[in-house]
Design a protein around this ligand. Sequence first.
Ligand code: NDP
Length: 300
Amino acid sequence: MNATLIDGKVFAASIREKVAAHVARLQAEHGLTPGLAVVLVGEDPASQVYVRNKGQQTKEVGMASFEHRLAAETSEADLLALIARLNADPAVHGILVQLPVPDHIDEAKVINAIAPEKDVDGFHISNVGLLATGQKSMVPCTPLGCLLMLRDTLGSLSGLNAVVVGRSNIVGKPMAQLLLKESCTVTVAHSRTRDLAGLCRSADILVAAVGRPQMIPGDWVKPGATVIDVGINRIPAPEKGEGKTRLVGDVDFAGAAEVAGAITPVPGGVGPMTIACLLANTVTACCRANDLPEPEGLTV
Ligand code: NDP
């Protein structure tokens, strides 16, 4: 392996330390405790794990965690009423509704009911618009984590060619906006893109957010490029025993690591950064709500 490994676990731990230090300062100097409310509707096992992890990490950095677990049959009106209460609660600085919500609930309506300044996922239409116009917003956690790692690895990103593969609202599009804001020349690729291989080979920064196991081989990577692999895919791993699986990204890690200048692994790359950035967004939201200076290095 020639590339430098971008260790998301280590980087996420450093973000959590910065958040914890800022939380301690807010408490000591202003008597403020940032609070994050997480709402889960239904019993989806993966969502339950995410919500538990978020609650645990929130408490570990000294913030208040408010968990609201609602039955799968909760009506949209009741969910909206809960969001209205959380919007009005001064102890709550961040609100996250764990997605997906059950089919009978209109996801967009729910997201847009969250007060934009408490929308720590950055999915509210106001935050999307603010980001797209280069204004201060709440930035979606996964792309924020990617950008913080890119800045840490490369310093200035100005003038670099960035290719983002994937155009989802939660990863691809906000990632492209953030890179544009950093003065990269940005191309967004998707399932209809022609000559994806050639495009990827032009990228100084290659971000893969597709959800197709190891679809980007090493020979699509420009020598010396920085590769951020957002994909999380589970594939069979017969070498670990019958029926066993393992996680891989959208990039063929072994092949790409021979060519790239720096690369994130899967697992242990972008994944750990997402919750760390959720905590960062919550402390940022608390500072903004109280007209206090924002923590440095935790937002854009
Ligand atoms: P979506 O399914 O919403 O979007 C996938 C995108 O990939 C689409 O824009 C699609 O194009 C594009 N695509 C599909 N096939 C191809 C192809 N053959 N060539 C080029 N582009 C293609 O996924 P998400 O953005 O939600 O997630 C992407 C990956 O990131 C998943 O593996 C997910 O698990 C992971 N993820 C990881 C997170 C983390 O914390 N690390 C957080 C969020 C997601 P089109 O629009 O044309 O259909």
